[in-house]
Write a protein that binds this ligand. Sequence first.
Ligand SMILES: [Zn+2]
Length: 94
Amino acid sequence: MSGAAQRALCPACSRTVLNNRFARCLYCGAGLAQQDLAPAAATVQFDAEAARQQQEEARRQQQRNESLDERREGVADIIGELLDNLPDIGDLFD
Ligand SMILES: [Zn+2]
């Protein structure tokens, strides 16, 4: 996977660093390793508006993940219920 843009991961929460011009993880606020930051990071001032947008994007992404998890749990529930209500089919294959 060398073709894709290299995306650094937060050392604290292991989420993808959405914007490596910021010296902090937008999810958990942890400081990022210097080598994970864009070269200009040292001189970029923290831009509140850009940060707000990034945070919104992070939140959207998180919500997407959560709704995916919910759907997965829902499917697992349904399967579990089906298995509970099925007669023991193991006997059929003895
Ligand atoms: Zn983090």
